[in-house]
Design a protein around this ligand. Sequence first.
Ligand SMILES: [Zn+2]
Ligand SMILES: [Zn+2]
Length: 216
Amino acid sequence: MAFNAFSENTIVLHDGAKGAIVFDPGMSSPEEWKQFEEELNRRGWTPRALLLTHAHLDHVLGCAGMKARYGLLPRVHCEDQVTYSMAPKAAELYGVPMDPLPDLHPDSLVDGDCLVFGDLRLTIRWTPGHAPGHVVFVDEEGNRLVGGDVLFRGSVGRTDLPGGDAPTLVNSIQSVLYTMPGGMEVWPGHGPMTTIGEERASNPFINGEGTGMMQA
Ligand SMILES: [Zn+2]
Ligand SMILES: [Zn+2]
C-alpha cells in the first residue's frame, strides 16, 4: 500500500497465524489509516510487529499511529537511531505534519540475525549507503525481500541525505543484494516490485561489469 506525499510503500507480511508484520508504516492521514485498517480487517490479520528498513521521514509517518492503535514500537538498526531522531526535523523542513514519534523498540535490528514470527522467517541484512542503518529483510523461503530504498526497478536510492554515501550503497547492492538468487523478489520502498535478476541484468545505475562504478 502506497502512502503519504512521498508515495512510500508500506509492506505487510503474514505470519501464517493471523498476525501481520508491518514494515515502514507511512500512513499519514485518516483516509490512509482507514485503507490500512480495512485491508487488514478484510484479511483478518492483526499487527504483531513493526520493523523499519530505515528511519527516513516517509517511512516513519505512521509510527505514532501504530503505537496508539496496536501498542507496537518500531525496531530499527542501531546506526539509524540518529536518522529516527532527526525525522521530526525533516518533517518541519518538508512541511509535513507528523505526530510525535514513539520510543524505539529496545531490541534493535542486527545484521545476520533471523527474526521468527509464526511461519515467517526473516534474515536481517545491513545495507548502508542510502541511510547509515538501512537493512533489508530477506524471506528466503518465500523468495522475496523487503528492500526499502536501496534498489528500485531501474534505479537506486539517493545518497545525498545525511548519512548517505554512494560508494557504500554500490557496495551494499553488489555484495549483499546482487549475490542473491536471480528470482528473489524485491519489494521496494517506492515504485513497483522487481527481482534481483532483472536489476542485476539491466539496472542502469550500477554497471554490469561489477566494477562498482555508479553510472549516474
Ligand atoms: Zn529513505
Ligand atoms: Zn523512502
